[in-house]
Ligand binder design. Structure first.
Ligand SMILES: NC(=O)c1ccc[n+]([C@@H]2O[C@H](COP(=O)([O-])OP(=O)(O)OC[C@H]3O[C@@H](n4cnc5c(N)ncnc54)[C@H](OP(=O)(O)O)[C@@H]3O)[C@@H](O)[C@H]2O)c1
Length: 250
Protein backbone atom coordinates (compact mmCIF):
# COMPACT_ATOMS: atom_id res chain seq x y z
CA UNK A 1 0.00 0.00 0.00
CA UNK A 2 1.28 3.46 -0.77
CA UNK A 3 1.45 5.49 2.45
CA UNK A 4 0.57 8.92 1.13
CA UNK A 5 -2.20 10.41 -1.03
CA UNK A 6 -4.94 8.09 0.26
CA UNK A 7 -8.41 8.88 1.56
CA UNK A 8 -8.72 6.74 4.67
CA UNK A 9 -11.65 5.86 6.93
CA UNK A 10 -10.50 4.82 10.42
CA UNK A 11 -13.25 3.38 12.62
CA UNK A 12 -12.65 4.17 16.28
CA UNK A 13 -10.13 6.81 15.22
CA UNK A 14 -10.56 9.16 18.17
CA UNK A 15 -8.57 7.22 20.76
CA UNK A 16 -5.85 4.64 21.33
CA UNK A 17 -4.50 2.74 18.32
CA UNK A 18 -7.05 4.37 15.96
CA UNK A 19 -5.99 7.86 17.02
CA UNK A 20 -2.31 7.01 16.61
CA UNK A 21 -3.03 5.66 13.11
CA UNK A 22 -5.03 8.79 12.33
CA UNK A 23 -2.16 11.02 13.44
CA UNK A 24 0.41 9.00 11.52
CA UNK A 25 -1.55 9.00 8.25
CA UNK A 26 -2.61 12.67 8.68
CA UNK A 27 1.03 13.70 9.13
CA UNK A 28 2.12 11.79 6.03
CA UNK A 29 -0.20 13.42 3.50
CA UNK A 30 -3.42 11.44 3.61
CA UNK A 31 -7.02 12.63 3.96
CA UNK A 32 -8.38 10.97 7.10
CA UNK A 33 -11.99 10.43 8.15
CA UNK A 34 -12.73 8.92 11.54
CA UNK A 35 -15.82 7.68 13.34
CA UNK A 36 -16.76 6.73 16.86
CA UNK A 37 -19.67 6.94 19.28
CA UNK A 38 -18.46 9.86 21.45
CA UNK A 39 -18.92 13.27 19.78
CA UNK A 40 -16.65 15.04 22.30
CA UNK A 41 -13.72 12.75 21.46
CA UNK A 42 -14.26 13.27 17.72
CA UNK A 43 -14.39 17.04 18.23
CA UNK A 44 -11.07 16.96 20.13
CA UNK A 45 -9.42 15.25 17.15
CA UNK A 46 -10.92 17.74 14.66
CA UNK A 47 -9.49 20.60 16.71
CA UNK A 48 -6.07 19.03 17.13
CA UNK A 49 -5.64 17.75 13.58
CA UNK A 50 -7.19 20.26 11.17
CA UNK A 51 -8.60 18.61 8.07
CA UNK A 52 -9.49 15.33 9.79
CA UNK A 53 -13.20 14.71 9.14
CA UNK A 54 -15.41 13.04 11.73
CA UNK A 55 -18.74 11.24 11.92
CA UNK A 56 -20.60 9.97 14.94
CA UNK A 57 -21.38 6.34 14.24
CA UNK A 58 -21.96 3.18 16.23
CA UNK A 59 -20.43 0.55 13.97
CA UNK A 60 -22.13 -2.20 16.00
CA UNK A 61 -25.43 -1.11 14.42
CA UNK A 62 -26.17 -2.35 10.88
CA UNK A 63 -28.17 0.69 9.77
CA UNK A 64 -25.50 3.05 11.10
CA UNK A 65 -22.88 1.18 9.08
CA UNK A 66 -24.91 1.67 5.88
CA UNK A 67 -25.34 5.34 6.73
CA UNK A 68 -21.59 5.67 7.34
CA UNK A 69 -20.81 3.99 4.01
CA UNK A 70 -23.25 6.23 2.11
CA UNK A 71 -21.92 9.39 3.77
CA UNK A 72 -18.25 8.55 3.28
CA UNK A 73 -18.52 7.45 -0.36
CA UNK A 74 -20.88 10.37 -1.15
CA UNK A 75 -18.73 13.04 0.54
CA UNK A 76 -15.28 11.58 -0.23
CA UNK A 77 -15.58 9.63 -3.50
CA UNK A 78 -11.80 9.06 -3.54
CA UNK A 79 -11.99 6.97 -0.34
CA UNK A 80 -9.70 4.00 -0.96
CA UNK A 81 -8.67 2.70 2.48
CA UNK A 82 -10.87 1.25 5.22
CA UNK A 83 -9.23 0.63 8.59
CA UNK A 84 -11.50 -1.58 10.70
CA UNK A 85 -10.06 -0.61 14.07
CA UNK A 86 -13.05 0.03 16.38
CA UNK A 87 -13.40 -2.62 19.03
CA UNK A 88 -14.33 -3.30 22.61
CA UNK A 89 -13.10 -5.81 25.15
CA UNK A 90 -15.28 -7.18 27.96
CA UNK A 91 -14.24 -9.41 30.85
CA UNK A 92 -16.83 -12.15 31.29
CA UNK A 93 -17.34 -14.82 33.90
CA UNK A 94 -19.28 -17.50 32.07
CA UNK A 95 -20.41 -18.91 35.46
CA UNK A 96 -22.23 -15.70 36.32
CA UNK A 97 -26.00 -16.01 36.27
CA UNK A 98 -26.30 -12.25 35.66
CA UNK A 99 -24.76 -12.40 32.18
CA UNK A 100 -27.04 -10.92 29.53
CA UNK A 101 -26.69 -12.04 25.92
CA UNK A 102 -27.32 -8.49 24.67
CA UNK A 103 -24.20 -7.43 26.59
CA UNK A 104 -22.09 -10.22 25.08
CA UNK A 105 -23.48 -9.57 21.61
CA UNK A 106 -22.18 -5.97 21.61
CA UNK A 107 -18.66 -7.37 21.42
CA UNK A 108 -19.50 -9.63 18.47
CA UNK A 109 -21.29 -6.77 16.71
CA UNK A 110 -18.46 -4.25 17.16
CA UNK A 111 -15.46 -6.56 16.71
CA UNK A 112 -16.67 -8.97 14.04
CA UNK A 113 -19.96 -7.98 12.39
CA UNK A 114 -18.78 -4.40 11.82
CA UNK A 115 -15.52 -5.15 10.00
CA UNK A 116 -17.10 -7.95 7.94
CA UNK A 117 -20.11 -5.82 6.93
CA UNK A 118 -18.09 -2.63 6.29
CA UNK A 119 -15.71 -4.66 4.11
CA UNK A 120 -18.70 -5.99 2.14
CA UNK A 121 -20.10 -2.50 1.71
CA UNK A 122 -16.82 -0.88 0.59
CA UNK A 123 -15.51 -3.60 -1.75
CA UNK A 124 -17.62 -2.52 -4.72
CA UNK A 125 -16.38 1.08 -4.36
CA UNK A 126 -12.79 -0.02 -3.79
CA UNK A 127 -12.52 -2.26 -6.86
CA UNK A 128 -13.22 0.85 -8.96
CA UNK A 129 -10.34 2.85 -7.38
CA UNK A 130 -6.81 2.84 -8.85
CA UNK A 131 -5.68 1.12 -5.64
CA UNK A 132 -7.34 0.34 -2.35
CA UNK A 133 -6.78 -1.42 0.98
CA UNK A 134 -8.85 -2.97 3.73
CA UNK A 135 -6.92 -3.09 6.99
CA UNK A 136 -8.34 -5.15 9.84
CA UNK A 137 -7.07 -4.76 13.40
CA UNK A 138 -7.15 -8.18 15.05
CA UNK A 139 -5.02 -9.11 18.08
CA UNK A 140 -2.31 -11.46 19.33
CA UNK A 141 -5.23 -12.91 21.31
CA UNK A 142 -6.66 -14.17 18.01
CA UNK A 143 -3.91 -16.80 18.25
CA UNK A 144 -3.74 -17.51 22.01
CA UNK A 145 -7.27 -17.80 23.48
CA UNK A 146 -7.79 -15.38 26.42
CA UNK A 147 -10.16 -17.06 28.94
CA UNK A 148 -10.77 -13.81 30.89
CA UNK A 149 -12.24 -12.19 27.76
CA UNK A 150 -13.63 -15.28 25.99
CA UNK A 151 -15.92 -13.61 23.49
CA UNK A 152 -13.31 -10.96 22.66
CA UNK A 153 -10.78 -13.69 21.82
CA UNK A 154 -13.35 -15.50 19.71
CA UNK A 155 -14.20 -12.34 17.74
CA UNK A 156 -10.52 -11.66 17.03
CA UNK A 157 -9.83 -15.27 15.97
CA UNK A 158 -12.85 -15.05 13.67
CA UNK A 159 -11.69 -11.69 12.28
CA UNK A 160 -8.26 -13.17 11.57
CA UNK A 161 -9.94 -16.03 9.68
CA UNK A 162 -12.19 -13.61 7.80
CA UNK A 163 -9.19 -11.45 6.86
CA UNK A 164 -7.25 -14.40 5.41
CA UNK A 165 -10.32 -15.47 3.39
CA UNK A 166 -10.98 -11.92 2.20
CA UNK A 167 -7.36 -11.55 1.05
CA UNK A 168 -7.65 -14.71 -1.06
CA UNK A 169 -11.02 -13.71 -2.52
CA UNK A 170 -9.69 -10.28 -3.50
CA UNK A 171 -6.30 -11.47 -4.70
CA UNK A 172 -7.13 -10.80 -8.36
CA UNK A 173 -8.37 -7.27 -7.67
CA UNK A 174 -6.57 -4.03 -6.83
CA UNK A 175 -7.81 -4.26 -3.24
CA UNK A 176 -5.16 -5.49 -0.83
CA UNK A 177 -6.05 -6.85 2.57
CA UNK A 178 -3.78 -6.16 5.52
CA UNK A 179 -4.00 -7.49 9.08
CA UNK A 180 -2.59 -5.52 11.98
CA UNK A 181 -2.01 -7.84 14.94
CA UNK A 182 -1.34 -5.77 18.06
CA UNK A 183 0.21 -7.19 21.22
CA UNK A 184 -0.92 -5.58 24.50
CA UNK A 185 -0.72 -1.84 23.80
CA UNK A 186 -1.24 0.86 26.41
CA UNK A 187 -4.68 2.31 25.58
CA UNK A 188 -8.08 2.57 27.26
CA UNK A 189 -9.23 -0.78 25.82
CA UNK A 190 -11.62 -2.50 28.24
CA UNK A 191 -11.72 0.61 30.46
CA UNK A 192 -9.22 3.17 31.64
CA UNK A 193 -6.26 1.67 33.50
CA UNK A 194 -6.68 -1.95 32.39
CA UNK A 195 -4.10 -1.81 29.57
CA UNK A 196 -1.02 -0.37 31.27
CA UNK A 197 1.22 -3.45 30.93
CA UNK A 198 1.68 -3.22 27.19
CA UNK A 199 3.89 -1.36 24.74
CA UNK A 200 3.59 2.40 24.12
CA UNK A 201 1.08 3.06 21.37
CA UNK A 202 3.43 5.33 19.40
CA UNK A 203 6.18 2.64 19.24
CA UNK A 204 3.63 0.15 18.00
CA UNK A 205 2.23 2.48 15.35
CA UNK A 206 5.72 3.32 14.07
CA UNK A 207 6.31 -0.42 13.53
CA UNK A 208 2.91 -0.74 11.83
CA UNK A 209 3.67 2.15 9.51
CA UNK A 210 7.07 0.67 8.63
CA UNK A 211 5.37 -2.67 7.90
CA UNK A 212 2.74 -1.02 5.68
CA UNK A 213 5.49 0.85 3.81
CA UNK A 214 7.36 -2.41 3.19
CA UNK A 215 4.20 -4.00 1.79
CA UNK A 216 3.69 -6.50 4.61
CA UNK A 217 0.24 -8.08 4.67
CA UNK A 218 0.38 -9.27 8.30
CA UNK A 219 1.91 -6.88 10.77
CA UNK A 220 2.60 -8.22 14.24
CA UNK A 221 4.85 -6.70 16.91
CA UNK A 222 6.45 -7.75 20.20
CA UNK A 223 4.58 -10.60 21.85
CA UNK A 224 2.11 -10.91 18.99
CA UNK A 225 5.04 -11.55 16.63
CA UNK A 226 5.94 -14.55 18.80
CA UNK A 227 2.51 -16.18 18.60
CA UNK A 228 1.35 -15.73 15.00
CA UNK A 229 3.34 -18.72 13.82
CA UNK A 230 3.69 -20.61 17.12
CA UNK A 231 3.02 -24.34 17.33
CA UNK A 232 -0.17 -25.64 18.94
CA UNK A 233 1.87 -26.85 21.95
CA UNK A 234 3.36 -23.39 22.50
CA UNK A 235 -0.08 -21.80 22.15
CA UNK A 236 -1.60 -24.22 24.68
CA UNK A 237 1.22 -23.42 27.15
CA UNK A 238 0.82 -19.65 26.75
CA UNK A 239 -2.96 -19.93 27.10
CA UNK A 240 -2.67 -21.90 30.35
CA UNK A 241 0.06 -19.62 31.75
CA UNK A 242 -1.79 -16.39 31.01
CA UNK A 243 -5.00 -17.79 32.50
CA UNK A 244 -3.14 -18.87 35.68
CA UNK A 245 -1.49 -15.45 35.85
CA UNK A 246 -4.87 -13.72 35.47
CA UNK A 247 -6.51 -15.83 38.22
CA UNK A 248 -3.59 -15.21 40.59
CA UNK A 249 -3.71 -11.47 40.02
CA UNK A 250 -7.45 -11.20 40.83
N1 LIG B 1 -4.80 -2.08 23.26
C1 LIG B 1 -4.49 -3.35 23.09
O1 LIG B 1 -3.77 -3.95 23.92
C2 LIG B 1 -4.98 -4.10 21.89
C3 LIG B 1 -4.43 -5.35 21.61
C4 LIG B 1 -4.89 -6.06 20.53
C5 LIG B 1 -5.87 -5.52 19.71
N2 LIG B 1 -6.40 -4.30 19.98
C6 LIG B 1 -7.45 -3.79 19.11
O2 LIG B 1 -7.15 -2.49 18.68
C7 LIG B 1 -8.36 -1.80 18.36
C8 LIG B 1 -8.34 -0.43 19.01
O3 LIG B 1 -8.38 -0.60 20.41
P1 LIG B 1 -7.61 0.36 21.41
O4 LIG B 1 -6.67 -0.45 22.19
O5 LIG B 1 -7.12 1.55 20.71
O6 LIG B 1 -8.79 0.73 22.44
P2 LIG B 1 -9.57 2.11 22.69
O7 LIG B 1 -8.64 3.20 23.03
O8 LIG B 1 -10.65 1.74 23.65
O9 LIG B 1 -10.18 2.46 21.27
C9 LIG B 1 -11.28 1.81 20.73
C10 LIG B 1 -11.96 2.79 19.79
O10 LIG B 1 -13.04 2.13 19.15
C11 LIG B 1 -14.20 2.96 19.22
N3 LIG B 1 -15.37 2.11 19.26
C12 LIG B 1 -15.63 1.09 20.11
N4 LIG B 1 -16.83 0.57 19.85
C13 LIG B 1 -17.33 1.28 18.82
C14 LIG B 1 -18.55 1.24 18.12
N5 LIG B 1 -19.51 0.35 18.42
N6 LIG B 1 -18.76 2.12 17.10
C15 LIG B 1 -17.80 3.02 16.79
N7 LIG B 1 -16.62 3.11 17.42
C16 LIG B 1 -16.41 2.26 18.43
C17 LIG B 1 -14.02 3.79 20.49
O11 LIG B 1 -14.69 5.03 20.40
P3 LIG B 1 -16.11 5.31 21.12
O12 LIG B 1 -16.05 4.65 22.46
O13 LIG B 1 -16.22 6.78 21.16
O14 LIG B 1 -17.11 4.67 20.21
C18 LIG B 1 -12.52 3.99 20.52
O15 LIG B 1 -12.17 5.17 19.82
C19 LIG B 1 -9.49 -2.70 18.86
O16 LIG B 1 -10.04 -3.42 17.76
C20 LIG B 1 -8.80 -3.65 19.80
O17 LIG B 1 -9.47 -4.87 19.92
C21 LIG B 1 -5.96 -3.57 21.05
Amino acid sequence: MRVTGNTILVTGGASGIGLALTKQFWETGNKVIICGRRPDKLMEVEERYPGVHTKVCDVADEESRRELYNWVTGTFPTVNVLINNAGIQQRLNMLSTDLKWSYCHQEIAANLEAPAHLSMLFIDHFVRQPQASIINVTSGLAFTPPPWVPIYGATKAALHSFTVSLRLQLSNTKVEVIEIIPPAVNTDLGGTGLHTFGVPVDDFIQAVFDGVKKGHKEIAYGTSLKVVRASRDVIDDITQQTWDHFKNSC
